[in-house]
Write a protein that binds this ligand. Structure first.
Ligand SMILES: *[C@@H]1O[C@H](CO)[C@@H](O)[C@H](O)[C@H]1NC(C)=O
Ligand SMILES: *[C@@H]1O[C@H](CO)[C@@H](O)[C@H](O)[C@H]1NC(C)=O
Ligand SMILES: *[C@@H]1O[C@H](CO)[C@@H](O)[C@H](O)[C@H]1NC(C)=O
Length: 329
């Protein structure tokens, strides 16, 4: 999640903070967090005997003085493991850790105690190891799970598919391997962001009937034919990015959903012709470059929006916006 969203969240949650004096157990836990981070300069406002609900950055409390949100961001001088004391903030609903490049190690087992957690957003750290199973067991309220641009390794646990409230899953920019678990795509995700990992295997087919905003699986090593999966999306789905994989299928007869706004299939091994169904899709962005497509590009309706560059480096495409097909074709 971006910094503006983070600040917005903080703004939304700031209101009750100043009123309450902070819970002593939560203050003690935060001071342990600070110590476990090696007393970074930026947390110098975190002092005993002051109201932790007013600490900046960035502690948010509820009316009872329980810490419900914590944002740790831009701590370049930290070089430490993920503080286990974070797991002692029992009322925590939102935890954001952004741009703390020296925070490393696995997500500690104590996170299993964060049973109220709705939003875990970690971006730009050195957190490593597998996607934390302990967390998944306790966090049935989790609606946002984002551990991006870190060093998570190993497979994506199938148990993620069982989290009932998950709407936003971002594990992009890690070192994840193995297949996308079947069932993961059956949930009601609005955002499924798994780009820039080392995922292999086929994209599971049979997407559910839920609205999907963005699916970004680009820059992996995914193989096979994702068109059953593309067919299956029956409700609005704005963006699909499957670029930079090893997908192999014949595009000719694929019927793309007409509500798509963004489609990037570039840098794969897609063959056949450019699908005629794209004529009916009002795409703001199309890219099928660097594939093995051949034949005349369909003309008409929404096709005129797409320039030559989105068809570049294919086997033998021709027709507007590329040079005309030779009559012998
Ligand atoms: C994560 O951080 C990077 C920079 O470190 C930024 O470019 C990116 O937009 C951030 N992503 C999210 C999802 O916050
Ligand atoms: C969870 O909290 C309980 C009670 O504070 C504690 O005894 C236990 O060690 C914690 N679990 C983990 C995994 O840290
Ligand atoms: C998908 O992820 C890649 C790499 O993280 C990024 O460059 C690209 O812009 C993303 N695509 C969309 C549609 O957001």
């Amino acid at each position: 999640m971006s910094l503006p969203l983070l600040l917005l969240l903080l703004y939304v949650y700031t209101a009750p903070s100043s009123a309450a004096d902070c819970d002593p157990a939560d203050r003690a836990a935060l001071l342990r967090v600070k110590a476990q981070l090696g007393d970074p300069v930026r947390l110098s406002a975190w002092q005993p005997s002051t109201n932790c609900c007013a600490w900046d950055p960035a502690v948010i409390c509820d009316a009872a003085g329980r810490v419900t949100a914590l944002a740790l961001y831009s701590l370049p001088d930290v070089s430490a493991r993920v503080p286990p004391a974070l797991g002692d903030l029992a009322a925590l609903e939102i935890l954001q850790v952004v741009s703390v490049p020296g925070m490393s190690g696995p997500v500690p087992a104590s996170f299993a105690n964060l049973t109220r957690l709705r939003d875990l957003d970690i971006n730009g750290t050195s957190i490593s190891g597998p996607v934390p199973g302990s967390l998944l067991a306790g966090a049935t309220k989790l609606s946002t799970l984002a551990i991006a641009n870190s060093k998570l390794a190993g497979p994506i646990p199938a148990s993620l598919a069982a989290l009932p409230n998950l709407r936003y899953l971002d594990l992009s920019g890690n070192l994840l391997t193995g297949a996308i678990p079947p069932g993961l795509l059956h949930g009601s995700f609005r955002f499924l962001l798994l780009s820039s990992n080392q995922l292999t295997g086929e994209i599971p087919s049979g997407y559910g009937d839920d609205d999907v905003d963005t699916i970004n699986l680009s820059r992996n090593q995914l193989t096979g034919d994702p068109s059953p999966f593309l067919f299956g999306i029956t409700k609005p789905s704005a963006k699909i990015d499957l670029s930079w994989n090893a997908l192999e299928f014949d595009m000719t007869g694929v019927r793309f959903p007409h509500h798509l706004r963004f489609l990037d299939l570039s840098h794969n091994r897609i063959r056949g012709r450019v699908a005629k169904s794209l004529m009916d899709v009002r795409l703001e962005h199309l890219d099928v470059s660097y594939n093995e497509l051949c034949g005349e590009i369909p003309a008409g309706r929404f096709m005129s929006a797409h320039g030559a560059e989105c068809y570049a480096h294919n086997r033998c495409l021709c027709g507007t916006p590329l040079p005309p097909c030779s009559t012998s074709m």
